[in-house]
Design a protein around this ligand. Structure first.
Ligand code: SF4
Length: 420
């Protein structure tokens, strides 16, 4: 989680405080752990204290990452759009409003939509970016989802399992680097049974302080209870599509209502929910996408998480077209308008679609959460959900976002309202 922003030091007082300039305003702030600064230096700061000194180039890079679209000229936008934005500001968007937004094609209106979503993000959660590290520890899966390269029937995949010791060591290393939220992800691989998963969670939690999301698919409620008791805090468990028929086609042998019940039950167990859908499934309509957003809201989703369809070879959807990136940005922006305080994540699939500026475009459309792949390099290429998967150490973000120490945990628990 990043709660830090860059600023230039204006002056340093003798009262343990400094005046800093964030570009738009000056503020007085406690020096915190930073004791070697002078006027003209660049720093990262949180709401309450300075975190560390950085160089000017890093500060400028972070400002670039926080760029926004220019504010639209509202007078020139069509009346229907303005009415929908008014409804968004009153939090009274209807399903038909959402459908209208999903159908927008005009570039000025799209830019206005992204801009409005970004303003909503900034006014609700400022420029705080949540950083997650994801460890893909097994690519075995017993399922046959039509869109997924890891499906059991794909015999071209080189399967791997990290050992429990490797998973724990990878997690501990990540926390040493400053990560505080990790996602442990796999296909539905029952080799990792209740006992192994519980032990992995306990071992990680006994060695470091970290919030753990599980993304391991269907398990019994009793198992999920055990994982929770072992220390798992969240689940990344997508409903994939709110359209029952489409869901059944994409996930043979599975029923949407069951998936939704599981999500509700997991929430009752105290798990923080990350869920969402796939954008660009064959036959998916604006009405389906609007329902996806409404379902995320109904489930009180903490972290909306979308996967754009990137057709993968050796799957039934191999011949489908890739979804247009603007549809992904629309999903982010509309979700932000409907769920202003949520942590909307930029997934690796989004970055794969636009490796140069995918992440930044997503932020500019209202996203505020990133996932960095921490799977050891020797396994990464085999976690083959789709082709040409994008890997990026996210160095800039790590420099900006990861800071250590007790204070950083306290800030994060307060901001996210979670216990680590
Ligand atoms: S989406 Fe998940 S459950 Fe479905 S085949 Fe892929 S890894 Fe398995």
């Amino acid at each position: 989680m990043c709660l830090t922003l860059p600023a230039k030091v204006v002056s340093v007082g003798k009262n343990g405080k400094a005046i800093i300039s964030s570009g738009t305003k000056d503020l007085e702030i406690s020096l915190g752990p930073v004791n070697d600064i002078e006027a003209g230096d660049w720093v990262l700061y949180t709401n309450e204290f300075l975190v560390k000194k950085i160089d000017e180039q890093d500060a400028r890079e972070i400002f670039d990452l926080l760029a926004s679209y220019p504010k639209p000229d509202y007078d020139n936008l069509e009346d229907k759009f303005k009415k929908v934005l008014e409804s968004a500001s009153r939090q009274t968007l209807t399903k038909s409003d959402l459908e209208y937004l999903f159908q927008l094609e005009d570039s000025a209106l799209l830019q206005a939509l992204y801009s409005e979503a970004n303003i909503t993000r900034k006014s609700n959660i400022k420029d705080h970016i949540c950083i997650h590290g994801i460890i893909e520890f097994s690519n075995y899966c017993r399922n046959n989802c039509a869109y997924c390269g890891l499906r059991a029937d794909n015999h071209e995949v080189k399967r791997y399992r990290m050992s429990p010791e490797e998973i724990v060591a990878t997690a501990v290393q990540a926390v040493d680097r400053g990560y505080k939220i990790l996602v442990l992800q796999s296909g539905e691989d029952l080799w990792f049974d209740e006992e192994k998963i519980c032990q992995i969670i306990k071992d990680i939690k006994s060695k470091c302080r970290v919030f753990i999301y599980l993304s391991i698919g269907d398990r019994s409620f009793a198992e999920y209870e055990k994982f929770r008791q072992a220390g798992a805090g969240g689940v990344l468990y997508r409903f994939e599509s709110s359209n029952e028929k489409l869901y059944a086609e994409m996930r043979p042998g599975h029923i949407l209502s069951e998936r939704i019940n599981i999500l509700k039950k997991l929430k009752e167990m105290g798990y923080v929910l990350a869920t969402g859908s796939i954008i660009g499934l064959p036959g998916q309509t604006a009405s389906d996408l609007a329902n996806d957003v409404l379902l995320m809201k109904e489930l009180d989703t903490f972290m909306p998480s979308f996967g754009p369809l990137i057709p993968s070879k050796n799957t039934p959807l191999a011949g489908e077209s890739k979804v247009d990136f603007s549809m992904v940005l629309k999903m982010i922006a509309i979700s932000r308008l409907v769920m202003p305080k949520s942590r909307i994540s930029v997934t690796t699939a989004m970055e794969t679609m636009r490796s140069t500026d995918g992440r930044q475009s997503a932020f500019m459309a209202g996203a505020n959460s990133v996932m960095f792949n921490l799977t050891p390099a020797k396994y990464r290429d085999d976690y083959y959900i789709y082709e040409n998967k994008f890997f990026d150490a996210g160095e800039k973000y790590e420099k900006w976002a990861l800071f250590k120490g007790e204070l950083s945990y306290q800030m994060m628990e307060k901001e996210l309202n979670i216990e680590i």
